[in-house]
Design a protein around this ligand. Structure first.
Ligand code: SF4
Length: 518
């Protein structure tokens, strides 16, 4: 899936970060079975069909999100036709759709934790320790019209310490999927366990940064602080990219966050008038500013179309959101997704609209009757929020360069070598490719947004003053190339070009299968 461009940087044209992420759920299931298992990630219809024709599978598992229910239906149909002896199991968020049983031809529909379900079904040990596969955080990174070579910029490893979130916000699909309010599932209970996992990945994958795929990682304070202790003991200067609610974040000092290596943070801001516990009474403007001043890149997330929004007040709320000047900003329509408490509420009130499931994802139009905003206008306000954020704050690439420099200036001489080293490592890219990107960005924006163009120039000059000849040379030689490629990219996007992930086929425990056949 493509996360950033779909719901974060989608209005940023050629400056948008384009990258895909693997389907971690099915990779986790595969790694935790002793039975032979093959993962087809992002298969085309032809590849899926060929795989079933060429191999005999006892079980065919299909995982999907809600919008892809039509693809699931078609995959079930193909599986029944090509491999009639197989058992078909469907899992993932698609299973939250009420009445799914009647829409698809499957034998089982599995909600929640697929690892234990599949282990149970196969008669394997459900309580066996979790084996974490080696998961690069993303692939096919593309920015300013250039496909970034894999391995550049030291990619991060994904780790999944827990799934679900006990906060149980009414719209949250991941929380609902793993049990809802008060519930979550820990794959790793202690900081020591996490530390061992990260150390193993550091050496096997040659990484020093980790994308911590946990809905609310910092909520588990004891585990996070234990991890910090172990990092200190072994002098690990790792960078962590985490999700956290604002109230969980406030249970740490900024020193603890920096020591823990928190370098990027996804935080729900939702709305200044939202009643959610996680933001109640918190000055999120001040919080976001403080984090950035300490070199922590912030991805803020705001909801468009909450119950209290009206055409009159929504502009003010969008202004409030972009005033956070976060490095990235996600805007999402308030969306009753199947399985969530909000969906149940809207169903009970008879306010759900009859719209195709493929259009229910929060990035198009409302799927419910709003008291003050029409379906068509919901799309206009959402698009406006993305455009306004881009207009006021500029490309996210520029913003992360600015926050990175802030962090380096503050911590470059920190007495703790672990902290110092991380900030020196993070600033490396500013001296080369990123400065060239700033050079091109400055020129691209000159005629459309002179205010931001001048801010970009100011940052570029500061980088060149701090780091001397290298960033100047990078800008002089590589900047014009990026200027041309980003222009070409904008023209390509204007023609409707999209990027699709390639298919991955990964087989596991096949030696065991051959042995059993022999
Ligand atoms: S805090 Fe975030 S992850 Fe947790 S339930 Fe609320 S929206 Fe979901």
């Amino acid at each position: 899936m493509e996360l950033y461009h779909n719901q974060v940087t989608r209005a940023q044209g050629a400056f948008s970060l384009r990258m895909h992420h693997r389907s971690w759920g099915i990779l986790m299931i595969q790694a935790n079975l002793s039975a032979p298992a093959t993962v087809l990630d992002f298969p085309t219809r032809e590849i899926f069909e060929r795989e079933l024709l060429e191999h005999q599978y006892d079980i065919i598992g299909i995982s999907s999100i809600v919008v892809n229910v039509g693809k699931v239906r078609e995959m079930c149909r193909i599986a029944r036709t090509v491999s009639p002896g197989s058992v078909i199991v469907v899992g993932g968020h698609v299973t939250a759709i009420p009445g799914l049983e009647a829409m698809i031809d499957s034998d089982y529909i599995v909600r929640g934790d697929g690892i234990s379900w599949m282990r149970r079904y196969l008669g394997e040990d459900e309580a066996a320790p979790i084996q974490h596969p080696h998961l690069p955080s993303s692939f096919s990174l593309r920015v300013m019209g250039i496909r970034v070579p894999s391995g550049w910029n030291s990619p991060a490893a994904t780790i999944i310490p827990s799934v679900g979130c006990p906060m149980g916000c009414n719209f949250c699909t991941t929380s609902a999927f793993f049990g809802g309010k008060g519930r979550f599932l820990n794959f790793y209970e202690t900081g020591e366990e996490l530390f061992r996992l990260m150390k193993e990945m550091e050496s096997a994958m040659k990484v020093r940064s980790f994308f911590v795929m946990d809905e609310n990682f910092l909520l588990h304070r004891k585990r996070a602080l234990e991890l910090l202790e172990r990092m200190k003991q072994e002098a690990k200067s790792w960078a962590l990219y985490v999700f956290s609610s604002a109230h969980a974040l406030l249970r740490y000092t900024i020193e603890e966050l920096v020591e823990l290596g928190v370098s990027w943070l996804w935080m729900g801001l939702e709305s200044p008038r939202a009643a959610y516990e996680k933001v109640k009474g918190i000055d999120t403007l001040r919080l976001a500013r403080e984090l950035r001043q300490h070199g922590i890149k912030v991805l803020g997330s705001t909801i468009v179309g909450m119950e209290h929004h009206t055409p009159e007040n929504i502009g003010g709320e969008i202004e409030h959101a972009v005033a956070h000047e976060t490095d990235f900003h996600q805007f999402m329509l308030y969306t009753p997704m199947p399985g969530t408490p909000l969906y149940q509420e809207m169903t009970a009130q008879g306010r759900l609209l009859d719209v195709p499931l493929a259009d229910i994802h929060g990035q198009y139009q409302f799927n419910f009757r709003h008291p003050a905003i029409s379906r068509e206008d919901s799309q206009k306000f959402l698009d406006w929020a993305f455009r306004r954020d881009f207009e006021r704050n500029g490309p996210s690439l520029f913003r992360i360069c600015r926050t990175t420099l802030e962090g380096w200036k503050r911590y470059r001489n920190h007495p703790d070598p672990r902290i110092r080293e991380r900030f020196h490592w993070e600033v490396q890219n500013l001296k080369g490719a990123y400065n060239a990107a700033l050079w091109a960005m400055e020129r691209r924006l000159k005629h459309t947004n002179d205010v931001v163009s001048r801010q970009v120039r100011g940052l570029r000059r500061e980088i060149e003053k701090e780091f001397g000849l290298l960033p100047r040379l990078a800008a002089a030689f590589f900047g014009p190339v990026l200027l041309w490629t980003s222009g070409r990219e904008d023209r390509r996007l204007a023609r409707g070009h999209t990027y699709e992930p390639r298919t991955f086929i990964e087989r596991r425990n096949l030696a065991l299968a051959r042995l059993e056949r022999a």
